[in-house]
Ligand binder design. Structure first.
Ligand code: ADP
Ligand code: SF4
Length: 680
């Protein structure tokens, strides 16, 4: 296939100081929950992106001193020469495909409690550390501490060169590093030459860039990663104020500017809260004040948007973390003239959540993320079929669609039967809820791929009974029939059904059912703690109901802390006029009334209004009971174990990968990093 010449610009080499990137695709530093704890996985994950065409691949944050220890997070670290080998392996994996390898040197300063190293954290001031509200304080750095700090940073840059890196990223962003803490007035009220004026507050960052240029700048590019706006008004840096002035003061110092907004919650916004390219307004000034190449992020997945950002003079490189996770081969797909094959990130932040839980990141769109080494899964290649089996997949939700797609890719004959008139299962239904439209990409990517496969047929409006499935005569059946929300209130808080009539559920809401009287009082009872409670509350509020969002937790949507959304969700509920009631348990319900009990005081409160209950789901697995023993049948996705969408996609993919192979049920189904004991 030939590439649209409009996209040629994306493949121009870019000179960055003493090195040249082969194209404009820059995989910015991103956490991935692998790092130093699961280095084998991290190395192959990075190498895969180089294979997929990203011109620059950087590490996640790399701590360079024990006083910046980020336990419990599993980032890379390089505290001494003993850490060089695994980082060199990553560099080799990247170089193998002709890409440049970058390392982001980070010290989290007052952000972290140094739980593993037990060192005393450091920062510009005596301040309690921010992460996890630990009862630990960072101590104010004296001038000799600053000298030590600069020396550690310089040594780290030299070590990075020893490891073979081409680029070193000096980082003041996300309110997460020592130079960023020095930079902001809220964190730095010092009265010495490192505090007070912007010039003074910027001094440490300037010195670090100068030190790095001086120590390795002859052979390595020095990139700065910088937040131009802290999104906190006058209390922080603003792009139109000190953010811009700071860039102007050191505009020509680095070899490249990688700019964004702060903190991480604002930088990595989900699609529910920000569209593609949402940082452009903030960073637009940067190219006007520097002659050096500029990059930003903004969940760019469309080559047209990328080209437009370059042509409009906003950036020279397209920075990406999540789009590179969802599709490590995004650049190559554009290069080869098949952008329609891009698996576009949906902006759900499940990748971030797993990292925040100190587990290897997974991705809703890309089931092979994190499995490149563990399972040897390649995002674009899959083994050819090993038999002439014909497989019937029942249910075209994320699990069924992914199974059909990947089985089809292997060459098997696949029939996909879906009861509804449209494919996509929960994806189609949920993507119509407020803010979740981009989630439909999970369906659309797979439908697009299946469309070109003559060996995969899909039938809609085909609700299958056990008899029909047996009659159909497939060799194997995959049941991907999903799950349904419970209406009896059973979940985490209520272990027994709540007395009274059943509540409305998210399934009812998505089917168009509503409380009897338009505009009436409705309580959305959320014992699920993820997104569903707040999107249903938002929908009903938009439709004019008087909505209360009651939760058994101490705050609403508590799990969305991991997806970086909790604060955004709470703010949206407030602006939508939704009343928030924490620490409530649904204790009784009837027609037009319900009772909530405070789970601290035990006080029961009978209230008027209907209730939508969001607690737990039950698998739709009746077909399995009717078929097992009669035909080879397996349940996949929510039909087997209700979970997040990423899990359904993964299970569908796994089914296809494992088809016709023998799996030892007693074995560990993936490779594990083994640690070498040092004692004895
Ligand atoms: P998952 O997340 O596991 O993919 P979903 O709930 O999204 O699950 O999708 C399940 C799909 O299966 C839905 O689209 C549903 O309409 C379909 N389905 C359920 N039962 C049957 C059946 N008996 N025959 C065909 N399709 C079915
Ligand atoms: Fe994008 Fe979601 Fe995948 Fe992260 S998990 S890369 S946000 S699709």
């Amino acid at each position: 296939m030939t590439r649209d010449p409009r996209y040629d610009i994306l493949f121009e080499p870019i000179k960055i100081g003493p090195v040249t990137a082969p194209n404009r695709f820059y995989q910015v530093p991103h956490c991935n929950g692998m790092g130093r704890m699961f280095p084998d996985s991290m190395i192959d994950m990075r190498g895969m992106k180089a294979e997929g065409g990203w011109g620059i691949i950087t590490t996640e944050q790399c701590d360079f001193h024990p006083t910046g220890d980020v336990q419990p997070f599993t980032e890379t670290s390089m505290w001494d020469d003993g850490d060089v080998p695994y980082l060199s392996e990553m560099v080799n994996a990247v170089h193998e495909h002709g890409s440049l390898a970058g390392i982001e040197l980070v010290h989290n300063g007052q952000g972290t409690g140094c739980l593993y190293s037990r060192e005393t954290p450091i920062g510009p001031e005596h301040r309690p550390v921010s992460l996890h509200n630990h009862p630990i304080q960072a101590r104010a750095m004296g001038l000799s501490d600053i000298r030590d700090y600069r020396r550690w940073h310089r040594k780290a840059a030299l070590r990075a060169r020893k490891a073979g890196f081409d680029i070193v990223v000096v980082y003041a962003g996300h309110d997460g590093t020592v130079p960023s803490h020095f930079l902001t007035r809220e964190n730095n009220q010092r009265v010495d030459e490192y505090g007070g004026s912007l010039e003074n507050r910027l001094r440490l960052f300037r010195e670090l860039i100068e030190d790095t240029k001086e120590s390795v700048g002859d052979t390595m590019a020095v990139v700065v990663r910088f937040a131009v706006d802290e999104m906190m008004g006058k209390d922080g840096l603003e792009w139109a104020g000190e953010g811009k002035e700071a860039v102007e003061m050191i505009a020509e110092l680095p070899d490249m500017w990688d700019v964004n907004v702060s903190d991480w919650e604002n930088d990595s916004m989900t699609s529910r809260f920000a569209p593609e390219g949402y940082q452009e307004d903030y960073i637009a000034f940067v190219k006007q004040v520097t002659s050096k190449p500029v990059s930003t992020v903004g969940r760019y997945t469309s080559p047209d948007t990328m080209v437009s950002a370059i042509r409009r003079g906003l950036v020279d490189l397209i920075g990406a973390a999540r789009p590179s996770i969802a599709d490590p081969f995004l650049p190559n797909k554009i290069k080869e003239g098949r952008p329609e094959d891009i698996r576009e990130c949906i902006g759900c932040n499940i990748c971030a959540a797993w990292n925040n839980l100190s587990a290897p990141s997974r991705c809703t769109q890309n089931p092979t993320m994190g499995e490149e080494w563990r399972k040897g899964w390649h995002p674009e290649k899959i083994a050819a079929k090993e038999s002439e089996s014909h497989i019937l997949v029942v249910g075209a939700g994320p699990a069924g669609l992914e199974a059909a797609h990947s089985l089809g890719k292997r060459g098997y004959q696949v029939t996909l039967a879906e009861a509804r008139s449209e494919p996509g299962g929960r994806i189609t239904r949920e993507s119509r809820l407020p803010g979740l439209a981009e989630w439909a990409r999970v369906r659309d990517y797979r439908l697009g791929q299946i469309q070109g496969m003559t060996n995969v047929e899909m039938y809609l409006e085909s609700e299958m009974t056990a008899e029909q499935i047996l009659e159909f005569g497939a060799d194997h059946v995959a049941l991907a029939t999903g799950a349904i929300w419970r209406s009896d209130g059973v979940g985490r808080a209520n272990r027994f059904p709540v007395p009274g009539a059943g509540a409305l559920t998210p399934d009812d809401i998505m089917d168009g059912k509503r409380p009897a009287t338009p505009g009436s009082v409705v309580t959305v009872y959320d014992d699920d703690h993820y997104y569903m409670g707040s999107v249903v509350a938002e929908l009903l509020a938009i439709e004019g109901y008087q909505v209360t969002l009651a939760t058994s937790g101490s705050q609403i949507a508590s799990w969305t802390e991991y997806t970086l959304e909790q604060g955004h969700i709470e703010a949206r509920m407030v602006s939508a006029g939704v009343e928030i009631l924490p620490r409530q348990q649904l204790s009784a319900m009837g027609e037009g009334w319900h009772e909530l009990t405070n789970n601290l005081t035990g006080e029961a409160n009978k209230r008027d209004g209907s209730v939508v209950s969001i607690t737990a789901r039950l698998p739709r697995d009746e077909l399995f009971d009717a078929l097992k023993g009669k035909i080879p049948v397996r349940r996949i996705g929510d039909c087997f174990g209700p979970s997040i969408i990423a899990a359904a996609v993964y299970e569908g993919h796994r089914y296809a990968r494992e088809f016709d192979t023998k799996i030892d049920p007693d074995g560990v189904p993936f490779n594990r990093t083994r640690y070498q004991l040092q004692h004895g």
